[in-house]
Write a protein that binds this ligand. Structure first.
Ligand SMILES: [Zn+2]
Length: 69
């Protein structure tokens, strides 16, 4: 989890932000912010954000495995 690879484009970039534990570079952040709903990439970004969110929830379950058992 200490990698600075962008989750969206897989490029290694220092600049960016941490979104729910994953790194997204500034290029992708601005692309996501500016993409139009009629853009082909809109669905792609939507899927990525959904996956990040699901991974985040799954990761929270792993932190306290004793609660499940
Ligand atoms: Zn990126």
């Amino acid at each position: 989890m200490n990698s600075t690879n962008c989750t969206v484009c897989r490029e290694v970039r220092k600049e960016g932000a941490n979104l729910l534990g994953v790194h997204i570079c500034e290029v992708c952040l601005s692309s996501i912010a500016n993409v139009g709903m009629d853009d082909v990439k809109y669905e792609y970004y939507k899927c990525i954000i959904k996956k990040i969110w699901l991974d985040y929830i799954t990761g929270m379950n792993k932190i306290n495995p004793q609660i499940i058992t």
